[in-house]
Design a protein around this ligand. Structure first.
Ligand code: FAD
Length: 358
């Protein structure tokens, strides 16, 4: 374990922003975590960093950054129906999805190509194409920063909400996730293929599947369909600096939705707790609120493809802000605030950040 000083974070955040950490440590065992927590450095401000896919540094970090690099994958229980897999927090999410699909374990195939560590994925409660990580996490193990003790969080203790968990809000930088247990199906249940976008954009997952596979579809088919769709509309991290979607999809009342639908044609809506698009299927929405896609309203305001200095809105997806990796954190933040203010001015909607701003 080596504490580095004035560490350049450019290679540790997906925007490629230049920022420095006063202290920085990468740890690969639980004992190292406990040791660093006992050290004088941990009395400073703390930040836990995963793979930096959802963090924007607008300034240097005046404190200690801990990057848990714990590795390991273990099947902890198995029967004819399901398998419980414990994944260490420093493992790569995408590799886990590929491994699960290769072994015919179902439940996470729609979440392929989300750049993430396991720890970051749990903290952010990632989701894509109708699947949510919160539906497969049964347990999370984490070390409490104050005491250095490892605690076990049952699913209900994680307080998962849309793009949120107890580790992102209430216990932010108070616990270091060391591993999480996932329950995956061995007997394939219903595949999640209901996701769709406007026909004029990328259409439905079903259409994508039909274009190359025959029913009954396999989980490998679904994964491939998602890969095809994501490649068409999302920026590649090898080409751009990006954190993917920067704002959470806003929740609005049904009345407000109907009002907006009059001025934005084919405006999608979906249940507050799910990410399945359900255009006008009100019976499936059990309260008075719906989510609408933030990207759609940003698009309507003409931001898609717009660049200012080294920051722009990706031309195929208005919720993705991209950089040429020369932008500084302040410029990115200013650009994001301009979008937020524009949305507020035109639609009276307060966009909330999905990314973590430091
Ligand atoms: C191109 C692109 C596409 C994306 N697509 C999607 C998508 O489809 N769906 C989606 O949901 N997200 C998407 N994202 C967002 C992003 O991939 C996730 O938020 C990711 O889970 C962040 O993980 P990370 O390891 O990079 O964490 P970081 O960005 O480093 O950290 C994120 C948060 O997790 C905390 N954290 C990280 N590790 C730990 C730990 N071990 N213990 C405690 N806290 C921890 C950090 O403190 C921080 O609050 C996309 C991002 C990009 C760049």
């Amino acid at each position: 374990m080596k504490i580095e000083r004035n560490k350049n974070l450019k290679d540790y955040n997906q925007y490629g922003v230049e920022a420095k950490a006063k202290y920085f440590v990468e740890i690969s065992t639980k004992k190292e975590i406990v040791d660093v927590l006992k050290s004088e450095y941990s009395k400073d401000n703390l930040l836990i960093l995963g793979d930096g896919n959802n963090i924007l540094f607008t300034k240097d970090f005046d404190g200690l950054i801990i990057k848990p690099n714990l590795k390991g994958r273990k099947i902890v229980e198995e029967n004819d129906d399901f398998v419980l897999v414990e994944m260490a927090s420093g493992e790569n999410w995408d590799e886990f999805v590929k491994w699960a699909v290769k072994n015919s374990y179902q439940g996470i195939e729609n979440m392929i190509l989300i750049p993430s560590s396991i720890g970051g994925a749990v903290s952010q409660n990632i989701a894509a194409y109708g699947q949510n990580i919160m539906d497969v996490v049964t347990k999370v193990y984490a070390i409490e920063i104050e005491t250095g003790e490892e605690k076990e969080f049952e699913h209900k203790d994680c307080e998962f909400k849309y793009r949120e968990s107890i580790f992102k809000k209430k216990f932010k930088n108070k616990y270091i996730i060391t591993s999480a247990v996932f329950k995956l199906n061995k007997v394939v249940k219903e595949l999640e293929t209901s996701y769709h976008e406007r026909k004029s954009r990328y259409g439905s997952l079903e259409d994508e599947l039909k274009s190359f596979a025959k029913e009954p579809y396999t989980i490998h088919n679904v994964m491939t369909a998602v890969i095809n769709q994501r490649n068409k509309k999302l920026p590649s991290v090898s080409e751009y600096g990006t954190c993917g979607s920067v704002f959470a999809n806003p929740t609005i009342s049904k009345e407000k939705y109907l009002e907006l639908s009059k001025i934005i044609s084919e405006l999608q809506s979906y249940p507050v707790d799910k990410l399945q698009y359900t255009i006008k299927e009100w019976d499936k929405i059990n309260d008075n609120y719906v989510k609408i896609p933030a990207g759609r309203i940003i698009d309507e305001l003409g931001w898609r493809g717009k660049w200012e200095r080294n920051v722009g809105v990706y031309d195929k997806h208005a919720l993705c802000i991209v950089t040429n990796r020369k932008a500084n954190g302040k410029d990115i933040y200013e650009f994001l605030e301009n979008i937020r203010n524009d949305v507020k001015k035109h639609y009276d909607i307060d966009l909330e950040y999905e990314i973590n701003i430091i």
